[in-house]
Ligand binder design. Sequence first.
Ligand code: SF4
Length: 307
Amino acid sequence: MWTSFEEINGANTDVMKFIFKRKDAIAESVLYKYPTFEERTVMCISTQTGCPMGCSFCGTGKFFGRNLTVQEILGQVEFMVWKYGLDLNACKRVQIMFMSMGEPLLNPSMRQVIKLLHLRYPKAALLVSSSGPKTENWDDFMLLCQQVETVGLQFSVHESTDEARDKLIPMKAKMNLEEISNMGERFAITTGRQPFFNYCVHPGNATDADVERLTRLFNPLIWQATLSVICEKDETNADAVARHLDLVQNFSGRLVAQGFNTRVFNPAGQDDIGGGCGQLWQVQKFAAENPSIMRQSPGDRIRVRVQ
Ligand code: SF4
């Protein structure tokens, strides 16, 4: 279990970041209130130390240590609950998102984590965000999604062609866009719930041709779109976020015209405490200080060390 905890607060008091450490692992979690915990509580939690997917925009994706254990993942939630005296079962809306650090589908402990969280917090939405690795864990995961009706699934798509996406997510053992589309449809058929694709909008992937390709790939009757304001790890000022927001809203309008439901994700706190995925500065520091624990992410093959 974790041996040290640190809380980092920024200018925005609605978002707090937590760093969990033990000798051979580190995790980051982010807690949001919108606008109060009672109204809506959101937690983003880590599932691995570092990540083997190697996404080029991600601060942690360059390093990978190991899968986190069930206790280490649940411990992040329980610590935030304890620290802020939260009663998650009394909140109007609770979302626990597996999207802070790590690829959840590569960690087999996730099955137990989801079952236990659902038992403790039956009303909480449990959102799994995946970059779509090729792994045999998908079959078990689909079964679990059928059994636990609060599990949601989101794919990090980010580009409308495989060529562009391969540059962003260099891991070779991952599904291509068509395979992601098929997996999302399988989720929809199995569970009756809509999957999401997440798209980090930038000037190079927001053309009408991108809208057309996305609509061809992802049936708007099945898929919803989450549009992220920013991904790059070096875009850390509020001006850049505001500039991107205009672009995202324009792109959102064009997807809506194609029949998509969209939502725009603008991670509060990203500009000063690193509240968004891929902004995990403390992990980079931990990796630099612990080269024997945090190896360079392969980016081209899966190499997961199970604790
Ligand atoms: S963005 Fe997510 S999947 Fe990609 S390397 Fe970072 S933590 Fe892993």
